[in-house]
Ligand binder design. Structure first.
Ligand code: ZN
Length: 305
């Protein structure tokens, strides 16, 4: 990855020795444009732990280990003491950072396509909340995932709108079940006067449900994963952090058997060509993207510099 000045994004620089901190030695550069010295932001600048260690903790969390178990595992197997609160901070930081980055990507799949949209209940702090999602049937790419307190029209509109904003062209079909808010929410999000228009298809039968429906399968993965947290989340922040990490991992990192070993992102025309440690590489690209957007009134990006 090209090294850019953290202050002005210029790529011309000279080596300027090393800087040492708790997690190791970091190369320092001197920018030939603004004259400031800087280290390359690989997404782990100023972190007290080694990035491979942080990546491992996040990976275990996404793949089903509870935070408490990760703390014990790292102590017993790697001899490294990390606190519960530190891992919570990491999943919040990297979840937000990766999600913001992914939100900037637009699906390039050109052919007429189908979107499956649905909602399901999830437990947060003992109460029921809703998770709304949309997946492209052909590429399995997850286009929107929304958490809400209620199950109303505005939530369905948010889901459809987020999905639409991440596609270059409108889909041909949007398939939902017969739940009452969908027809009007669909019109609000998708209606336009000139064709080609998207069509709303209400799937009432059993045939298109279950295994055949990618969004229901995705919800199934979420539910499998939340079994380790006794079927729910402690609070909305924790649920949001989890959804951010889990959805980006699903789209960008995990190969899909039905896509011949490609990721949904690759199938959808968003190929980041991630290197061997895909999670760390994705975080590094995300830090680079946030750096490029920091001057554009993007508060979130500033948080990640
Ligand atoms: Zn500079």
């Amino acid at each position: 990855m090209e090294i850019k000045c953290r202050f002005c994004r210029n790529t011309d620089h000279l080596s300027h020795g090393y800087r040492k901190n708790k997690s190791g030695k970091k190369r320092v550069y001197k920018c030939l444009s603004c004259g400031k010295t800087f280290s390359h932001n690989d997404g782990f600048l100023k972190m007290r732990f080694d990035k491979k260690f942080i990546g491992k903790c996040i990976y275990l969390f996404i793949n089903g280990m509870s935070v408490r178990k990760i703390v014990n595992y790292m102590k017993d197997n790697e001899g490294i003491e990390v606190s519960h609160a530190t891992i919570l901070r990491w999943k919040s930081k990297y979840g937000g950072m990766l999600k913001e980055y992914e939100n900037s990507m637009v699906m390039n799949y050109d052919e007429e396509c189908t979107i499956n949209s649905d909602e399901t209940m999830i437990k947060v702090n003992g109460n029921f909340h809703y998770l709304w999602g949309s997946i492209n049937k052909e590429t399995k790419y997850l286009l929107s995932l929304i958490l809400s307190d209620g199950r109303g029209m505005k939530d369905a509109i948010r889901m459809f709108s987020e999905c639409k904003s991440k596609m270059k062209n409108d889909p041909k079909y949007v398939v939902t079940d017969g739940f009452g808010v969908y027809p009007r929410a669909f019109k609000k999000a998708y209606f336009k006067y000139s064709p080609p228009r998207a069509y709303h298809v209400v799937s009432a039968g059993i045939k298109d449900r279950g295994e055949n429906n990618p969004i229901e399968r995705f919800f199934g993965h979420v539910k499998d994963r939340t079994r380790t947290t006794r079927g729910g989340f402690d609070n909305m922040n924790s649920a949001t952090d989890f959804m951010n990490l889990f959805s980006v991992f699903y789209n960008q990192i995990r190969p899909h058997m039905s896509l011949n070993g490609r990721t949904p992102a690759q199938a959808a025309g968003i190929d980041l060509n991630l290197k061997d440690n895909k999670l760390l590489d994705l975080i590094e690209r995300s830090a680079d993207w946030h750096g490029d957007h920091i001057n554009k009134e993007n508060e979130a990006s500033q948080k990640y510099q």
